[in-house]
Design a protein. Structure first.
Length: 149
């Protein structure tokens, strides 16, 4: 059964929010997990795509995004190593390890993942939306853990 982790932050800017998502992704990637970063829109996807290359000096997280050309997707898809995919379409392709949800909705496909990381910004509206997602998961019996950061 999918394990759901809520990361409740005091973050109020998109840059800090996406930087936290990069750190969380790096942790999962280092544990040999495939990671699907589900963004709210193409603007957030483009910002995250860039940030994954630059968020730490002298290091990067290799990834593909929906913005990548088809040859890059095909090459990465045949790789035997774990991979990171950044998208906003809701098509996680073959990913099933870790879903990092950076939207205010519960993705329809969340249950195909071993783990879901719900990253919550510090604003009242974001917290209210996260409570709705928490209740949705809880009412369906998913194991939940909250990390107040």
């Amino acid at each position: 059964m999918t394990k759901i982790d809520f990361y409740i932050t005091n973050i109020n800017t998109l840059d800090e929010y996406l930087n936290f998502a990069c750190r969380l992704t790096e942790k999962a990637y280092r544990k040999q997990c495939d990671v699907y970063l589900h963004t709210a829109n193409e603007e957030h996807m483009a910002a995250l795509d860039k940030l994954l290359w630059t968020f730490r000096p002298n290091s990067f997280l290799p990834h593909i995004s929906e913005m990548s050309d088809e040859s890059n997707k095909a090459e990465t898809a045949t790789s035997e190593t774990n991979e990171i995919l950044v998208a906003c379409s809701g098509d996680p392709q073959e990913h099933h390890d870790v879903l990092v949800n950076l939207t205010e909705q519960t993705p329809e496909f969340f249950s195909r993942f071993t783990r879901v990381a719900e990253v919550v910004m510090g604003g009242d509206q974001a917290k209210e939306k996260s409570r709705q997602r928490y209740k949705y998961y809880r009412d369906r019996g998913y194991p939940l853990e909250v990390h107040n950061l």
